[in-house]
Design a protein around this ligand. Structure first.
Ligand SMILES: Nc1ncnc2c1ncn2[C@@H]1O[C@H](COP(=O)(O)OP(=O)(O)OP(=O)(O)O)[C@@H](O)[C@H]1O
Ligand SMILES: [Mg+2]
Length: 251
């Protein structure tokens, strides 16, 4: 037996039928914009440009957890988007989340948001040496994260693909928001938040210098802490990758 649970933003009540048919609609579209653990497609429905995120089916243990003990990632994304918009932080407008259950446990789930057209993500200025206005973009990004922290908001997956940027006024918008924190952080926690950017030391230094200036904290100390945690995460991930390669090596 398969059941469905969904919540739709009242402003998009006209998309109810589409939401109920999301599994077929998603499968029929070939407009994939991103495919890794999860898959995202753009869909155009009744004049709306939507981005639909289909979450990978969790393993059995997590299917139990997400059914009985925790909100699904789709529901979290939807609820966090509403909270962020209420706090004045830019994130694509949430439209709905839909969960499908199989044998009583969470199976597939979807999060639908409005498409937020953008020009680049923070990944490009971090990777390209000669990215236009790189210094200004990194400064604006530092101020953006400061605004989040100042409002006691933490994007717990602050990785480069999760910050979308429009050239005009360098407007920044966060996606991939199922893991957000809404409580105050101490200084170390704030600086550790930058580690997942995977930034080169010199770029991280530029970001942290602008951030420390806004936070009114010691620039040197802030850079030492941020670099320490960024480098140690890189080392840990590197080691994990090496171990994985070693253990998956065929004889
Ligand atoms: N509403 C949106 N409008 C425009 N582009 C979007 C939107 N949502 C996501 N994207 C694009 O899709 C990419 C991937 O989205 P997202 O980060 O949510 O998925 P993900 O990284 O696969 O998630 P996870 O890390 O959980 O596997 C983003 O980097 C961005 O390019
Ligand atoms: Mg992402």
């Amino acid at each position: 037996m398969r059941t469905c649970r969904f919540e739709l933003s009242p402003a998009y009540a006209h998309l109810e039928e589409f939401c109920k048919n999301i599994a077929q609609e998603f499968a029929q579209s070939n407009a994939t914009i991103h495919r890794a653990r999860n898959e995202l497609k753009t869909l155009h429905v009744k004049g709306e440009a939507l981005v639909v995120k289909s979450f990978k089916v969790p393993n059995l243990f997590n299917r139990i957890v997400y059914t009985f003990f925790r909100k699904s990632k789709a529901e979290k994304s939807f609820k966090n988007a509403q909270k962020l918009l209420d706090l004045g932080i830019c994130t694509p407008e949430p439209i709905a989340y839909i969960e499908f259950f199989k044998n009583g446990l969470l199976h597939t789930s979807y999060f639908i948001a409005k498409e937020w057209p953008y020009d680049f993500t923070i990944r490009e200025p971090l990777l390209e040496e000669n990215f236009p206005d790189k210094e200004i973009v990194l400064n604006t990004f530092a101020h953006f994260v400061h605004t989040l922290h100042h409002q006691h908001i933490t994007h717990k997956d602050l990785s480069p693909g999760n910050v979308l940027i429009r050239r005009e006024n360098l407007q920044m918008c966060v996606v991939d928001i199922n893991r957000m924190g809404f409580s105050s952080l101490n200084m170390k926690q704030k600086l550790v938040n930058f580690s997942k950017l995977w930034a080169k030391d010199e770029d991280l230094e530029k970001i942290i210098t602008a951030y420390a200036d806004k936070e009114k904290i010691d620039v040197q100390e802030a850079n030492t802490i941020a670099l320490h945690y960024s480098q140690s995460l890189k080392r840990k991930k590197g080691l994990k990758r090496k171990m994985k390669a070693l253990f998956t090596k065929r004889p």
